[in-house]
Design a protein around this ligand. Structure first.
Ligand code: 5GP
Ligand code: MG
Length: 178
């Protein structure tokens, strides 16, 4: 097994590119069927989802738009601590069918905050689409309609996901090896 080093950690391939693209193809076909006539607006969450978003969106066969948002974290004055604010959303999403594209859902807290924020802007519907889900880590109730792959709890990099900024350019998904 090929082991690569990123900074202080070793990683080995856990999901090859061919498997990823096969699942992306499946999701794109399903979304294109489900949202026919809805003129959906895809919202890709940067940075991690950029590669998944590109591969998914090019396989969507119905009229659709795409835009990109970022979540800015800052220490809030409230007791809850870190607050995440959605930045970069210039589109009016009122009445629109939204497909949020995420790289990975771990505890689900990030997605929950994002859905709360988008929900205040009166969209018709919001569907969540994630490349990866760690089901054992999920700690908030989330309806994740489109999931490419479910994975165990280990830390992963590649295909857009990083370890301290590096590894996003890897075409396969790698898992840390202890
Ligand atoms: P959550 O709020 O669901 O716990 O965390 C989601 C975010 O944590 C993701 O958008 C991603 O930035 C980061 N994350 C969670 N697990 C992993 C992982 O295994 N690898 C990488 N690179 N990022 C992860
Ligand atoms: Mg993310």
């Amino acid at each position: 097994m090929d082991v690569i080093k990123i900074k202080d950690k070793d990683f080995a391939v856990s999901i090859p590119e061919s498997k990823i693209l096969c699942e992306v193809e499946r999701l794109a076909a399903q979304i294109s069927r489900d949202l026919e006539g809805k003129n959906p607006l895809f919202l890709a969450v940067l940075n991690g989802s950029f590669m998944f978003a590109a591969d998914l969106f090019r396989r969507i066969t119905i009229p659709a738009e795409i835009s990109f948002v970022k979540l800015a974290s800052y220490e809030g004055v409230s007791s809850t601590g870190v607050i995440k604010e959605v930045i970069g959303l210039s589109e009016n999403i009122a009445g629109r069918t939204i497909v949020v594209i995420e790289d990975i859902i771990d505890t689900g807290c990030t997605m929950q905050k994002l859905l709360e924020s988008l929900g205040t802007r009166n969209p018709e519907a919001i569907h969540v689409c994630t490349l990866l889900l760690k089901p054992e880590k999920l700690k908030v109730p989330l309806d994740v309609k489109y999931i490419a792959l479910e994975i165990p709890n280990d830390f992963i990099v590649g295909y857009g996901l990083d370890y301290d900024g590096y590894g996003r350019n890897l075409k396969d998904i790698y898992t840390v090896v202890e």
